[in-house]
Every structure is written in C-alpha cells, then in structure tokens.
Write a protein that binds this ligand. Structure first.
Ligand code: GLA
Length: 357
C-alpha cells in the first residue's frame, strides 16, 4: 500500500491494503503536516516550512508499509520503541529476587524492546478531536520476556503553535521496566538531502552516560566539558565527530545518552535540545519530561536504504533525538528508576516544536 496520499482535513485517515493498517494526517493552519500510522505507532512524515515558506518533509521514512515491515537493517524509522527503548545488558534484570531474561537482538544485548518490539506491532487507533491521534497497544505478560500486561497509550497532537506533542501513558499488572520513546530521524534540509553533519545541535546537558564497546552504560556520569560531547552551546554535529575519542569509537560517532539539566522538579517539561539548519532556516526545539536524551547521528545508515521519495539515505543522513530514561537502568541502581508498579501510571510528554530563523 502507498503511505503517500492527499487528504483534506486536519485529522484524516487513509486505509491500506492491509485492512487494519491506516495512515492518519494531522495538519495545522501553518500548513505543517504530520503523518502517523498505527503500524508501530510510527511517524512517517513531517512536512514543515523553511524560512521562505517552502515545504519539505524533514522525517526519514518508507513510502509503503512493507518498507517498515521488512526493514532488514532495523533503523526504527519514526517508530515508537519499547517496552524498553535502547539497550538492556544481556537482556537480563532482576526484580524482587526474580530473574528475567529478555529476547536478545543486538549481539548479546536487548535493544528497543526485542525481536518484535512496539515498532513491529499494529496498534489500535482513534482520532481524537481535530488534531490528535491516539494509539493503544496491550503488550502481553511474557512478550519478548517482559513481566506484566502493559497497557499503553501514545497520543500524537499537532498544535497550532507548530508543535508535535507526544503523550505517553502506561499501566501494568506486574512490576516491569518501561522506557518509551520515538525514533524519528530528522534532516532539516529534507529527507534524502544529504548528511546532517552541518546541523547545529544544542543539548541542554552537562553530563552523559559513557558506554562500553557494546553500548551499555558503565554506570558513570561524565561531564561533557572539554570533550566532543559538549553541546551545551550549539555547534555543528560534524565539528568534533572526527576527534580521537574512545566513546566516539564505541558509538561509531554519537550514539549516547545525555543527562539533561532539569529544574527543581525532575519531571517537568524542560528544553532538552535545539537543532538548526542554516540553508533552510529550519529550527526545532525538543522539550521533555524525561531525564535523558539519546542523540544518535545515523551512524548505521549505510547508504543502502532508499527513502520514500526515492532518494538514498546516506551515512548520517538523519539524526534521532530520543527522549528517554537512561539505557540499562534496570541494572544500574544509581540511574533514575524505570520500574513501573501495578497501580502506578507511567506518564510522560515530549514536544518537538518547529520554527525558522
Ligand atoms: C538507537 C541506538 C543505536 C541504533 C539505533 C537504530 O538509537 O542507540 O545504536 O541501534 O537506535 O539503528
């Protein structure tokens, strides 16, 4: 089925050859459109204006559902990842004396929810009002090795303030780790328009969590100051990426979790990052209630993936800003807690705000 399509109102639905897979278009008065599908609760497109008012799609994606289903190299384009975004060492953790063993799909480790994570399942969907789509999925007790039935709602809202707001809500019937995020790859020049190394990135973080060669955090929090990981003032992503640095070697570039500066209350919506691309003037701000952000600069894009408009996604042709709890938290007692208890609500919001300069 084609995931391209012309729709007329704010929130509309396009059906596909696969009966239960649908594409929804959110549109605001500024002309920004965001398309989301219930396959993986995935953002397939984000069309925004440049400083001249020309529109371009700034999110990488495929143009049909089979692209998402058969993604051999598993880049997770635009998807919601979970039950636990990023890695859990050896796919193992212990809660209340019980050892759990998850599916391992990243060498010896568990990545982005396992073999069939939330990016590979069909969610229920409901249009809410004129500018929101709410996706729902019930992850079964034992799915990919996780304990507990996890009931998840992810709602995408496109506001008139030109923000894409993502609200996450989950409940469980057994203690379980939860860490949900969105894996959109941005290229503010437009998808398929070359590398992102010239984008100017600011990350509002004084520290990051260094990793071992398998990209599992060592448990430390290292100050970014004086390292290539210092994005406290906006700088080109490519500026320091070639420096000799063991962390950059392990990540094959940037693929790390930054520890966000937070205000007095940990779980408030604060500025996590800004991204600017000079030729288009596109500027994006990321706000989140989460304590961390995974900045991944598309190191595994190898130039063998053709995107939705037929253009090749080159090495580092898109970057992800994945708001999250820190990787491997279930095994790291000093990291913020990621275990959800029955009776509690996992509730968190992230906002991507688009403008130009
Ligand atoms: C995350 C990980 C990366 C990589 C991508 C998907 O951002 O941190 O190492 O697995 O997802 O390709």
């Amino acid at each position: 089925m084609s995931l391209a399509g012309v729709l007329t109102c704010s929130a509309e639905v396009e059906t596909s050859d696969f009966d239960d897979i649908k594409l929804y278009t959110l549109r605001n008065k500024a002309g920004t459109t965001v398309k989301v599908t219930n396959y993986g609760a995935t953002v397939t497109s984000m069309v925004t204006a440049d400083r001249q008012g020309n529109m371009a799609d700034i999110a990488l994606g495929y143009n049909d559902v089979s692209g998402y289903m058969n993604a051999v190299d598993k880049p997770y384009l635009g998807a919601i990842v979970g039950r636990y975004g990023n890695r859990i060492a050896k796919g193992e953790f212990n809660i209340d004396g019980i050892d759990y063993k998850l599916a391992t799909n990243n060498d010896a480790n568990h990545l982005h929810g396992g073999v069939i994570g939330f990016d590979k399942v069909v969610w229920d969907a409901k249009v809410v009002g004129s500018n929101s789509v709410a996706f729902h999925y019930l992850a079964k007790d034992g799915e990919e090795g996780y304990p507990g039935n996890l009931d998840i709602n992810v709602t995408y809202t496109l506001t008139e303030a030109n923000e894409l707001k993502i609200d996450y809500l989950a409940t469980t019937d057994k203690k379980t780790p939860v860490n949900l995020t969105n894996h959109t790859y941005f290229n503010l020049k437009g998808e398929g328009e070359g590398s992102i190394l010239d984008h100017q990135l600011m990350i509002n973080a004084k520290g990051f969590t260094p990793v071992d060669s398998g990209l599992i955090p060592t448990g430390e929090i290292t100050p970014v100051s004086g390292t290539p990981f210092d994005f406290t003032s906006a700088k080109a992503i490519g500026r320091d990426i070639g420096e000799k640095n063991q962390q950059l070697e392990y990540g094959l570039g940037y693929d790390h979790n930054w520890v966000l500066n937070k205000g007095e209350k940990d779980e408030q919506l604060t500025l996590a990052a800004t991204l600017y691309e000079q030729s288009s003037g596109r500027f994006m701000e990321v706000f989140t209630e989460e304590p961390g952000i995974q900045f991944y600069c598309g190191n595994f894009l190898a130039g063998n993936l053709k995107g939705k408009s037929g253009k090749t996604y080159v090495h580092r042709g898109g970057l992800c800003l994945e708001t999250q709890h820190y990787p491997d938290s279930p095994n790291q007692s000093t990291f913020p807690n990621t275990i959800l208890n029955p009776g509690e609500k996992y509730k968190t919001t992230t906002v991507y705000k688009f403008s130009t300069k």
